[in-house]
Write a protein that binds this ligand. Structure first.
Ligand code: 13P
Ligand code: SF4
Length: 307
């Protein structure tokens, strides 16, 4: 924490109370942003928060698709994204026209969209999933064939975990997690013999194959919480940055910290939180009502299947 952070934190706490605003922050946010949040968690937890949001206004510290998801589920609330330029590059990778063409060609297939997508893609899907809910939801879907978009890595992980279904992939990926190579894993294992590797399924299959544990942000955190081992974290570095504050005496290691930094997740700092709270920054999310209603079905299905 920087020396003048405390003054800013005090201002933020005052402002959010005054404006009756709840702050929701994704786990990849910097520790000082998580410290001022009312609710922190992975993408699924942030979407689920819509069911019990009591304040009229929510400030989402994370990336655009998370704020849009919240707005789709809570149209009566004012939802503010902490930084207008904080997007997820993966969300934009698939052209909706391709998905429409797939639907026409395969009317009996289900379409499953990772929640890291635009509202337009959500509107074309039957169901959304997050990394923590993908396997269990896909297993329950009433389709034999499923198009999984956009993430080919998460899609392959799901295909391996649910072999009874035919999973069809598109060529999307997270530009952060997809950078990890098998050699990166081998090198860090050699540097820390005996340490277990916990990896996010957005990483490529050949890297995932070398890990001891594969799981979402939430799963990785509970793996660290429930084991005494030294652990190498192969996911976005926000998870490590926060866990090491909680467990300063544990031997936790961040894989390739430079490569595993999501620039979009780091666009929000305390000043941006303050500016968004006071109307000097951030972006109030607005969605065309017919688009919102079309996207609502797939997100509501995610919450229903995921609960
Ligand atoms: P989860 O929050 O579902 O683990 O997703 C990881 C991620 O990349 C979010 O952008
Ligand atoms: Fe998107 Fe990857 Fe960043 Fe998550 S870590 S917001 S999937 S670019």
């Amino acid at each position: 924490m920087l020396p003048n952070d405390q003054a800013l934190i005090d201002e933020i706490l005052r402002e959010k109370k005054k404006n009756n605003t709840l702050i929701l922050a994704h786990t990849y946010q910097p520790p000082e942003v998580l410290a001022v949040a009312d609710l922190t968690g992975d993408s699924f937890a942030l979407a689920k928060a819509a069911e019990s949001l009591e304040a009229p206004r929510a400030l989402l510290c994370g990336v655009r698709f998370m704020a849009e998801t919240l707005k789709i589920l809570s149209p009566e609330k004012e939802v503010v994204l902490s930084h207008p330029d904080a997007g997820c590059p993966m969300a934009e990778q698939i052209n909706p026209k391709e998905v429409e063409a797939y639907r026409k060609a395969h009317p009996d297939h289900g379409i499953c969209a990772y929640v890291n997508t635009t509202a337009e893609l959500k509107a074309l899907a039957d169901v959304c999933v997050t990394s923590s809910s993908a396997v269990s939801i896909v297993r329950k879907l009433p389709y034999q064939d499923i198009l999984f978009l956009p993430d080919k890595n998460l899609g392959s992980f799901v295909a391996d975990a649910v072999p009874e279904k035919n999973i069809h992939l598109m060529n999307g990926y997270c530009p952060v997690h997809n950078e990890i190579t098998a050699q990166d894993i081998l090198s860090i294992k050699a540097a820390h013999p005996g340490a277990k590797v916990a990896i996010h399924p957005e990483c490529p299959r050949e890297a995932v194959a070398l890990a001891d544990m594969i799981g979402s942000t939430k799963d990785i955190i509970s793996y660290v919480n429930t084991r005494d081992d030294d652990i190498i974290l192969a996911t976005e570095r926000g998870v490590y940055d926060n866990l090491i504050l909680e467990f300063p005496d544990r031997k936790l290691y961040q894989l390739c910290p430079q490569k595993m930094t999501c620039a979009d997740m780091k666009k929000t700092n305390l000043q941006q939180v303050y500016d968004a709270l006071t109307g000097k920054g951030g972006e109030v999310i607005t969605l065309d009502e017919s688009l919102r209603l079309r996207a609502l079905g797939s997100i509501a299905s995610m919450l229903r299947y995921g609960n």
